[in-house]
Design a protein around this ligand. Structure first.
Ligand code: ADP
Length: 322
């Protein structure tokens, strides 16, 4: 292993920089040259490669976003695009690649392996945490903490005005951000794609709930099958017109911000382990942390299933909001 490339791909997440830093410095320690590729698979196709050294990753461990930029690449979905990407990797003498991204980025790497025999190792970077093979993906903990900070503020004003708030959080297919943040803020209900949404039941609960409660916060994952926060709030408003109802969509603030200590440590561990995996001859695997230990999961398993919601947490929601 003489020269490797590292890139970030798909949706960004806080902690990607800490991971890049760990990849670059661990590689240098093992006397491996590192090239950074800008703008994900698009940059691989366009040839946006540049050499990285220890100082190019200085002062980034605490910064959100990704210094390598990221992109969603339409061209990489085509065989012509993937052939151009391969030609560029070969031109630069790359013998190993670390891809930091989510489900789609690993699907792309798998598809690429049909024509490319350069080993790829992945680090899970997704605030949604929707991958099998790691307890916590890079950025998830920070995103949850961002939601908690925002909803605590909403709770103050909701309490002052005796309002019912529907707060929409990210999660197109997964309710993991909603679940963890909802429990943290003491939400009265958490609406997620993995659990059946019963509007009638929600209305009954709001009507029969503890009357002394002056504010109510309902967390809604954006991908819920009943619709987003606006749609659900509209349905509830029609039936409970006496409630002073408001909707807040938290949006992209959930992707930014300084990574939490947990994300910095996990990102560093996973970047470090990615280089060790390449040195050990592993390929097409995602690095993860399961029960505090580094684990490697083949890309095809990591992307196949979504992480299940922890049933112990789901069971608690209604009881703790009584
Ligand atoms: P994320 O990695 O955050 O899930 P995306 O789903 O956008 O983000 O995936 C990142 C990129 O991976 C896509 O823009 C595309 O270029 C590439 N990709 C995803 N699926 C495939 C596939 N089946 N074949 C080739 N490339 C893919």
């Amino acid at each position: 292993m003489k020269r490797i490339a590292v890139f970030t791909s798909g949706g960004d997440s806080p902690g990607m920089n800490a991971c890049i830093r760990a990849v670059v410095r661990t590689a240098i320690y093992h006397k491996i040259e590192v090239l950074g590729i800008k703008h994900g698979y698009d940059g691989m196709i366009k040839g946006e490669f540049s050499k990285m050294d220890s100082s190019s990753v200085a002062n980034i461990i605490h910064r959100g976003g990704t210094i390598l930029k990221t992109a969603r690449s339409k061209k990489f979905l085509t065989i012509e695009g993937r052939k151009s990407a391969l030609a560029n990797l070969q031109k630069h003498g790359i013998n190993g690649v670390v891809v930091i991204g989510g489900d789609g980025s690993f699907r792309g790497a798998l598809e690429f392996s049909e024509i490319c025999d350069i080993p790829f190792v992945g680090c899970p970077g997704t605030i949604d945490n929707d991958l099998i093979g790691t307890d916590f993906a890079i950025g998830y903990d920070t995103a949850v903490n961002t939601v908690v900070e925002a909803v605590d503020k909403i709770r103050d004003t909701a309490e002052s005005h005796d309002r019912l708030f529907f707060v929409e959080v990210m999660g197109r297919d997964a309710g993991l951000i909603a679940l963890r943040s909802g429990i943290s803020v003491g939400a009265e209900a958490i609406i997620m794609p993995e659990t059946k949404t019963d509007i009638e039941d929600l209305i009954t609960r709001l009507e029969s709930g503890r009357k002394s409660k002056s504010s109510k916060i309902i967390i809604v994952a954006e991908g819920d099958e009943a619709g987003g926060a606006f749609v659900i709030a509209e349905q509830v408003k029609k039936r409970l017109p006496d409630y002073d109802t408001r909707v807040t969509i938290l949006g992209h603030i959930q992707r930014g911000g300084n990574p939490s200590a947990m994300d910095r440590v996990n990102s560093s561990r996973m970047g470090f382990a990615a280089i060790e995996a390449l040195l050990a001859g592993k390929r097409n695997v995602m690095v993860g942390i399961i029960d505090k230990k580094i684990a490697y999961t083949p890309f095809q398993n990591a992307v196949k299933h979504h992480q299940r919601l922890n049933p112990d947490l789901v069971r608690m929601i209604d009881i703790l909001s009584l």
